[in-house]
Design a protein around this ligand. Structure first.
Ligand code: F6P
Length: 550
């Protein structure tokens, strides 16, 4: 597929027929109760569980019967999922609207593997950059790399936004036990001056390395923050020549990097076939490698790769990302669930939901199919979440007794990196308890049996039948973080294939950027854009007035 011959994958008739069967199957399943389904099958917990690539997925607490997954797999086959997976791994231009491959799987292939795109072995290119990153990371971490005044680096500031920020921040929090304690990592994303001011506050310019991460090297927020950091450095060290010892770039745009004043010898490249939200394991992971070191970064890549291989080779009925993707379709399209929750019972994954928001919603928040026709049904649900147990004390009430159906993914690890007393046991017990409470609830009879006054009974009933997955692993290591991210990446791709949409473009974010550019002069007191609407005109006037108020 590509420009000119854009078409939908799969067999339209088979797809339509299976969709119809699933509508009928949904009518049957929607009337079932998880308590009964578990009572009827003593082995349901293990029957609906899969282990792969170091992860364990229990999907038994979903509103499914023995027929559901086979029917959803039939839908996947009718939509051409097998061909779509093969096309991704072969480097075909599956990013149809941008006419290029989406080859993040090449970023974690071992040395010696080959994917040839337009006559070039991209895996070889990947390893060339990985070697360059390793070499640099070793020099910085060992103190061999010196700043302009001869001092070693102690603070690293990653400046980037979206995919050039969320992955690195998330990974830094997740992998803190593996991070070099003598390096202080900071992240700047927002054009809000507070973000940059906070990151620079207290940093010693003589010992600070700025990593400017931007695929395009044109993103307004990143450029503004990078210029601010450049001024801060030059003001402190008194020379433009300091820039080359304190700034490195991660980008696909060598010209813009050079124009900024960064030596391209200190630029770490990647390629247009790496989407921003799929880039944390490319050179965008430089800050991650600086923090955890090349060896642990290799483990991270190995985790990604293990899940890639599972996705590529496992039969769909035993394929973790396929099953997760199909369950998302099941709830979104057949139950009408508008949002999904991801609740890591691991504080170090506090930024994981934010990372997944870009991955899932920028990928699949689409309204037209590959051929430009409107998608005939809903696409990506809103994704949100917070670490447990914190969420239990705020929004879990809605999950248990609210009127919305919100499927939840729980993520938990058997061991803590920093055990204190029995706290990890308490954490795990809470994860299991929430999954049980959502699935099985508490009936009116059980409430009465606890001696509750009759008028309070309806308030204390917990309906249950609220679907959830449990994802388990031994410990949050770099390897397991890699497998977990790849699991969601491939689940997102699976969903996009069912919906027939392009998971790798993001045209919707462009309009806001364009409008912001035209409004900056007006905010600064200059001319209003032609034909500005009355609301925006009024808001600009109000802002001008407020700026003068004390
Ligand atoms: O505006 C959205 C977006 O293009 C994301 O897709 C991307 O991750 C982010 O901006 C940052 O882009 P860049 O790495 O080019 O600065």
């Amino acid at each position: 597929m590509g420009g000119g011959t854009i078409g939908q994958r799969g067999d339209a008739q088979a797809r339509q027929a299976t969709w119809q069967v699933l509508i009928e199957h949904h009518r049957d399943v929607a009337g079932r109760d998880l308590r009964d389904l578990f009572a009827q099958d003593a082995e349901r917990g293990s029957r609906f569980s899969i282990a792969a690539a170091g992860l364990y997925l229990d999907y038994s607490k979903h509103l499914i019967t023995e027929q559901t997954i086979p029917l959803l797999v039939q839908l996947a086959e009718a939509c051409g999922l097998r061909e779509a997976i093969d096309a991704m791994f072969a480097g075909e231009p599956i990013n149809v609207t941008e006419r290029r491959p989406a080859l993040h799987v090449a970023l974690r292939m071992p040395k010696g593997a080959r994917i040839v795109v337009e006559g070039v072995d991209v895996v070889e290119q990947v390893h060339h950059v990985l070697d360059q990153m390793r070499h640099f990371a070793d020099k910085v971490r060992s103190g061999q790399w010196r700043g302009f005044t001869g001092k070693p680096i102690r603070t690293i500031i990653n400046i980037g936004i979206g995919g050039s920020d969320l992955g690195p921040v998330m990974a830094y929090h997740a992998l803190r036990p593996y991070a070099e304690p003598n390096l202080d990592l900071r992240f700047v994303a927002n054009v809000d001056p507070w973000d940059c001011a906070q990151a620079l506050a207290g940093a010693d310019p003589e010992q600070t390395l700025i990593v400017v991460s931007s695929k395009t090297f044109t993103t307004a927020e990143t450029m503004a923050n990078a210029q601010a950091a450049r001024r801060w450095l030059i003001d402190a060290l008194g020379s433009d020549a300091a820039v080359e010892r304190h700034f490195v770039a991660v980008s696909t745009n060598a010209d813009a990097v050079r124009a900024f004043g960064i030596d391209t010898a200190n630029m770490f490249g990647f390629w247009d076939w790496v989407g921003g939200r799929y880039s944390m394991d490319s050179a965008i992971g430089l800050s991650t490698m600086l923090a955890i070191g090349p060896k642990q970064f290799e483990q991270l890549l190995a985790g990604f790769h293990a899940m890639d291989e599972h996705f590529r080779s496992a039969p769909f009925t035993a394929n973790l990302p396929v099953i997760m993707g199909l369950l998302t379709v099941w709830y979104r399209n057949f139950f009408g669930a508008a949002s999904v929750g991801v609740m890591p019972y691991e504080q170090r994954l506090s930024r994981f939901p934010a990372y997944l928001q870009q991955l899932t919603m920028e990928s699949n928040g689409k309204r037209v199919m590959l051929d430009g026709r409107p998608v005939p049904h809903a696409t990506a649900p809103v994704l949100w979440g917070e670490p447990g147990t914190n969420g239990q004390h705020s929004f879990f009430q809605l999950l248990h007794q609210g009127t919305e159906l919100v499927p939840v993914d729980f993520i938990a690890f058997a061991r803590s990196a920093t055990p204190i007393g029995d706290q990890q046991d308490q954490l795990l017990a809470n994860a299991l308890a929430q999954a049980q409470a959502l699935a099985f609830g508490r009936t009116a009879d059980e409430v009465r049996a606890a001696g509750t006054a009759e008028w309070l009974v309806p308030h204390q009933v917990v309906p249950g039948n609220r679907p959830n997955s449990m994802i388990l692993a031994s410990e949050l290591t770099p390897f397991h973080l890699g497998t977990l991210i790849a699991l969601y990446e491939h689940s997102v791709y699976t969903q996009s294939v069912i919906w027939g949409i392009d998971a790798f473009d993001q045209w919707g974010v462009e309009l806001g950027k364009l409008l912001a550019r035209t409004l900056v002069p007006a905010v600064q007191g200059g001319e209003l854009p032609a034909q500005v609407d009355s609301s925006t005109r009024n808001l600009l006037a109000t802002l001008a007035m407020l700026a003068d108020l004390r």
